[in-house]
Design a protein around this ligand. Structure first.
Ligand code: BV8
Ligand code: ZN
Length: 256
């Protein structure tokens, strides 16, 4: 049963009228799928490591085996995770608006698993692996010795997850498409992101400076909260399904 949220009528009207809706999602939308966010303390084995230290090219050079093990642990969490009602509500919303662009900072592939189409992955995907040297995508590899990273069968380079480390540039094409969506959309939902990581966090500011509607879905305040025309302070897994329901009710009433 979805808690019915008291959405402002003009928010639902703006969603109803929007020609192009964009959504920017962060780790918060996957929290209800059991994947720890970055801001949460790293659970268990990894409590003593800082993601900012491990998700870097320096860490990969210095200790590829440790970086590889950290990502193997995170991949095991992702493989057990299912999309939650928040992911599924964005699939429903995509069906209800003329144009919908889903931009995610997440690397867990849960939007695609939920059925979203043309997902823009700004930071890559943890389930894909590539060679750090020749860049080849790699589907299987010899299991590495304990504490080592596996090697590329083509060039002998260390293998790494196909994600964007801190200090690395974002994939050019993904970034371009995300900026185009921010420059064209009538409304942007910003869901489950602490809006700290750049350049992703600059996308909602483009929408704000264009005078378009920014909607933040996050139980906590963030640096974006002051720019949001609407702040829906709740978990995405409850707020987003309720938002789609309110849009349907609004349209049924208009249709009636
Ligand atoms: C770049 C893949 C330039 C890896 C990720 C100073 C020093 C050094 C660097 C910088 C600096 N200042 C700026 C930088 C640049 C740096 C950066 O932004 N650093 C920050 C930390 C200050 N950015 C970069 O390095 C980027 N690259 O700038 O390159 C360049 C250009 C040309 C040539 C060379 C270089 C690359 C950034 C990408 C890093 N990779 N991921 C991996 O995953 O291992 S980012 C990673 O962290 C995630 O992908 C994610 O994007 C980010 C975490 O952010 P969030 O998604 O927001 O998650 P978070 O946990 O923070 O927040 C969760 C939110 O959800 C919270 O607000 C919470 O309240 C909310 N929530 C919780 N539950 C729910 C919920 N919301 C809704 N419902 C719920 N149920
Ligand atoms: Zn290679």
């Amino acid at each position: 049963m979805t808690r019915s949220w008291p959405f402002p009528q003009d928010l639902i009207e703006a969603l109803h009228r929007a020609r192009h809706v964009a959504a920017l999602t962060g780790a918060g939308i996957s929290a209800e799928s059991g994947i720890p966010t970055f801001r949460d303390a790293q659970t268990g084995l990894w409590a003593k490591y800082d993601p900012m230290e491990l998700a870097t090219p320096q860490a990969l050079r210095r200790n590829p085996g440790l970086v590889w093990s950290w990502y193997e642990w995170r991949r095991s969490l992702v493989r057990q995770a299912q999309p939650n009602p928040g992911h599924r509500a964005l699939v429903e919303l995509e069906k209800r608006v003329p144009r919908f662009t889903l931009i995610t900072q997440n690397v867990d592939g849960l939007h695609q698993a939920a059925g979203s189409h043309n997902v823009i992955e700004l930071h890559g995907n943890i389930l894909r692996t590539r060679c750090a040297d020749c860049g080849r995508r790699v589907e299987q590899w010899e299991p590495p010795a304990e504490g080592e990273a596996p090697r590329c069968s083509h060039c002998g380079g260390v293998l790494r997850p196909d994600v964007v480390f801190f200090g690395e540039p974002l994939p050019q094409e993904a970034w371009q498409r995300a900026v185009e969506a921010a420059e064209d959309c009538d409304l942007m939902l910003v869901v489950g992101t602490s809006a700290v990581v750049e350049p992703a966090a600059s996308l909602p500011r483009i929408v704000f400076h264009r005078g378009k509607v920014l909607v933040e879905v996050n139980p906590q305040e963030t640096p974006l909260s002051s720019l949001a025309r609407y702040r829906l302070a709740g978990p995405a897994g409850q707020v987003l399904p309720a938002l789609v329901q309110a849009l349907d009710a609004h349209r049924a009433q208009k249709g009636a």
